[in-house]
Design a protein around this ligand. Structure first.
Ligand SMILES: [Zn+2]
Length: 318
């Protein structure tokens, strides 16, 4: 059954199973991205949405079935040989702890783990700033309110903490909080970032459904979707990995991988590297909003992003 579904989507997007030669699949790293050069695109910038909540109802959105799961075989750890070191009297060490730096500039995290050789530099984007208009839920009965800039930052920060320990190289594109959308700046920083490793871009968001100002949207709209550049095979592959892990970890409705040929998201279109944008639940769905405010749900969402990144780090893009 699964194969039938895969074949159906293959045929939809021009991948005929029978025409495929039996050569081994190309690694994602080897697949050239199909993102066109900027000058080939004619787009009215004023109409460009920042995220899923700004998509107009008349927009044609293409939905993709996520790629089938390719499990990574677990590597057996070599046995740890422990030897008891001789006890040497050490002189007392005086440790002076410097004040933690106040981060106002983008930061690149050098991984602390030696067990993993980083394959990519992950440019992690938290979407909006504190000064971004809207992007918040109506108030709940207890006075709590969801603010997207805070959620996006929380998820990205949790990701960076975990990825740092796992030995993955990350770049926090916008650590500042007290800013507006800063869309151009996000893209400029990521594009201008020097890196020996190939760069990938992940923008973390939460979604909003159409609703009257200050009111909750209808209950039926909920779930997670991941966006990629329209026509980018590599983008679709990567988005598919994120979408699969997000659905697996949260159990939320799978709104699939999506792209649209016009009015593409600014950060997806303008970045010079493969970019994806995750929309992690609807904050103006009252039930989902309450979930998005929970510590354990946020950790699950961050963990799912980390699992997706680790899958791509380990396998490359195949
Ligand atoms: Zn957003």
């Amino acid at each position: 059954m699964l194969q039938k579904i895969i074949d159906f989507f293959r045929s939809l997007f021009g991948f005929s199973k029978s025409k495929e030669p039996s050569k081994p699949p190309k690694k994602w790293d080897e697949i050239p991205d199909t993102k066109p050069e900027e000058e080939e695109l004619v787009v009215n910038e004023e109409e460009e949405p920042q995220d899923g909540s700004e998509i107009q109802p008349d927009t044609i959105v293409v939905t993709y079935e996520p790629d089938p799961i390719l499990e990574i075989p677990e590597v057996e750890e070599p046995p740890v040989v422990t030897t008891t070191p001789p006890v040497i009297e050490e002189p007392p060490v005086v440790i002076t702890t410097p004040d933690p730096p106040t981060t106002t500039t983008p930061t690149e995290n050098e991984p602390v783990s030696a067990s993993h050789t980083p394959r990519f530099l992950w440019c992690l984007d938290n979407g909006h700033g504190k000064k971004t208009a809207g992007k918040r839920s109506p108030k709940l009965e207890n006075g709590e309110q969801f603010r997207e800039y805070e959620f996006n930052r929380d998820i990205v920060n949790r990701m960076i903490t975990a990825l740092d320990e796992l030995g993955v190289k990350t770049y926090n594109v916008v650590p500042e909080v007290d800013i507006d959308n800063f869309l151009e700046g996000r893209v400029q920083r990521a594009n201008g970032k020097n890196s020996d490793l190939p760069k990938l871009y992940v923008s973390v968001h939460a979604n909003a459904a159409p609703a009257r100002p200050g009111k909750w949207a209808e209950d039926s709209i909920h779930g997670i979707e991941t966006w990629c550049y329209h026509g980018s095979k590599k983008g679709r592959k990567i988005a598919s990995v994120f979408q699969r892990h997000l659905i697996k970890k949260t159990g939320w409705k799978d709104r699939k991988v999506k792209s649209q040929s016009t009015k593409q998201f600014y950060v997806i279109r303008k970045t010079s590297m493969t970019a994806v944008l995750t929309e992690n639940g609807f904050y103006n769905n009252k039930k989902q909003c309450k979930e998005l405010l929970k510590e354990e749900v946020r950790q699950k969402i961050a963990d799912a992003h980390v699992a997706a990144i680790m899958e791509i780090e380990k396998k490359g893009i195949i």
